[in-house]
Write a protein that binds this ligand. Structure first.
Ligand SMILES: C[S@@+](CC[C@H](N)C(=O)[O-])C[C@H]1O[C@@H](n2cnc3c(N)ncnc32)[C@H](O)[C@@H]1O
Length: 143
């Protein structure tokens, strides 16, 4: 299926333009350089995040999603390639509970975290709890 068809037919999954613009603005108004998102899919949110981080030295962005290839056809990864953003981007193909636990253990820290993975209440709560431990004292969150 062509990429445009995937985008157009799935307005539910993707981050909307209004939401993306808001994420972009929050990051621009902060001093964030290190960001993380849970839920990669089409990479709409990723593109807005990378755009805000682009002018900043030593910035990087990590997206967690175990289903990027199996359910979303690698569309998000295609966006990363199109933007030549590979050097500042990492995709973790694991469930957030495992990836976040590993990131906590490894001492990784993030300034901005966008939680848009599994939208069940208990999953969001766990994502928030674990995300909160990757952290700086003052940080911006998106849901
Ligand atoms: C609403 S979509 C994300 C949309 C994306 N932010 C965008 O703008 O295109 C939710 C995503 O969460 C992923 N997901 C579901 N369960 C997950 C889990 N346990 N850990 C990480 N990602 C998960 C799904 O594969 C899906 O891609």
């Amino acid at each position: 299926m062509p990429l445009q068809c995937l985008f157009a037919s799935d307005a539910v999954t993707r981050t909307s333009i209004a939401q993306g613009a808001q994420i972009n603005q929050i990051i621009r108004q902060s001093k964030a350089t290190k960001s993380l998102e849970i839920g990669f899919a089409y990479g709409f949110s990723t593109v807005w995040i990378l755009d805000a981080l682009r002018p900043r030295l030593n910035s990087f962005h990590i997206a967690i999603d175990p289903f990027e290839l199996t359910q979303w056809g690698g569309v998000g990864l295609h966006q990363i390639k199109r933007l030549n953003a590979e050097p500042v981007f990492e995709w973790i193909a694991e469930q957030s509970i495992h990836a976040l636990s590993r990131l906590i253990k490894s001492g990784k820290r993030f300034d901005f975290i966008f939680i848009d993975g599994n939208h069940r209440f208990d999953d969001i709560l766990v994502d928030f709890y674990l995300s909160d431990q990757t952290g700086f004292a003052r940080r911006a969150y998106g849901f």
